[in-house]
Design a protein around this ligand. Structure first.
Ligand code: FEO
Length: 355
């Protein structure tokens, strides 16, 4: 796609990755994704905010073909889906200074071999004037790496948030139009990479809110012209509130664990408890992660394989532990033929859950 105008002097660049189905060889992307970059032209200077995944460098450079000068290249985040085209942009614009947090500078040097003298670090709250437009840098660590920041365009009230508030959602919509679809994609994104840093994200939410954010322009997914939609969703996800819901991932080999699971699901349903049931043989682990955002209870169902749990249960339990959801209760059910240590071994996999 060509550059599109967000507001006067601000254009949306980058690429929609319609066919990508896996991120970090781990995270399912059922709806693809996008890598958004933003060109901000002030009366005096021009800044490019973020770049694109290296697989899409050509698209970004083509969009920049008629841009003669870039004074500042802002790296909100050093992960390659946003930083991967930085070396080529710096090569094309030898006058451009790369702006990053101090931690970001170290990462950009280490990961991309950017020469140190091309990088200027920006302090939390520091501003850079482009003439009639002002960029303010807000350090927002741990969304989801330690170096992450947001860039706020003061005059237009636009927060360029990079991963923060993002969604893996490929669309031609410039702005969020299908709210239900974007809500699910943004919640999936939060669950998979942000949830372990819930407390840091809560602080960062408090930090960006007083900026009276009109528009949130993330580097994945469509732009929020109604910022309250995603801010309220994040407030809910990072809160201490849990719902009386059960997340029940399980595997059954010969049907006995399945029988227990089905009985339990029925009994919970009769009592008005919502159950999210996942047969781990076929499930989308992103859906499991989404369900873990709100649920009070995790119940793991497993048969016994070579004394321990089924290998798919190992994987799901390890993942649930790593995502650190705000669960209150956990339970393990299952079956065995002659001997089992499945319960002890699953318990040992979830030491970080405060249940
Ligand atoms: Fe979209 Fe953490 O990169």
């Amino acid at each position: 796609m060509k550059k599109r105008t967000l507001v006067d002097g601000v254009q949306v660049l980058g690429a929609v990755d319609w066919s990508r189905r896996l991120f970090d060889s781990l995270i399912p992307l059922p709806d693809g994704t996008s890598y958004n970059a933003y060109l901000v032209r002030g009366s005096g200077k021009t800044a490019l905010i973020d770049t694109a995944d290296p697989t899409k460098s050509g698209i970004l450079l083509e969009q920049l073909a008629d841009v003669d000068r870039v004074d500042y290249l802002v790296a909100n985040h050093a992960e390659q889906d946003h930083s991967g085209t930085i070396p080529r942009v710096l090569e094309r614009y030898p006058e451009a200074m790369l702006l990053a947090t101090p931690k970001g500078k170290g990462m950009l040097v280490d990961l991309l071999c950017v020469p140190e003298d091309r990088i200027r670090t920006v302090a939390d709250g520091e501003t850079v004037s482009l003439g009639n437009k002002t960029l303010e840098f807000l350090h927002t660590p741990w969304v989801h790496w330690p170096e992450t920041m947001c860039t706020f365009l003061q005059e237009d009230g636009i927060l360029f948030s990079c991963d923060f508030f993002g969604s893996h959602y490929a669309t031609t919509d410039l702005f969020v139009r299908d709210k239900a679809a974007v809500y699910e994609a943004a919640k999936r994104y939060y669950a998979e990479i942000m949830m372990p840093f819930r407390m840091a994200i809560r602080k960062n939410l408090e930090k960006v809110q007083p900026r009276l954010v009109n528009t949130i322009a993330p580097s994945h997914g469509p732009i929020y012209d109604d910022a309250s939609f995603i801010i309220e969703a994040y407030e809910d996800w990072v809160s201490e509130r849990v719902k009386n819901e059960v997340v029940l991932p399980y595997v059954s080999m010969h049907g006995s664990t399945e029988k227990m699971v089905r009985y339990l699901v029925g009994a919970l349903a009769e009592r008005g408890v919502r159950v999210h049931l996942f047969d781990l043989v076929t499930t989308d682990l992103g859906k499991l992660a989404i369900a873990l955002v709100d649920a009070a209870t995790l119940i793991v169902g497993t048969p016994t394989v070579h004394i321990g749990p089924h290998p798919s249960v190992f994987y799901a339990a390890h993942l649930a532990n790593a995502l650190r959801p705000k669960l209150r209760f956990a339970s393990i059910i299952g079956s065995y033929g002659w001997s089992s240590k499945a319960i002890e071994r699953v318990t040992a996999l979830i030491p970080d859950l405060k249940v």
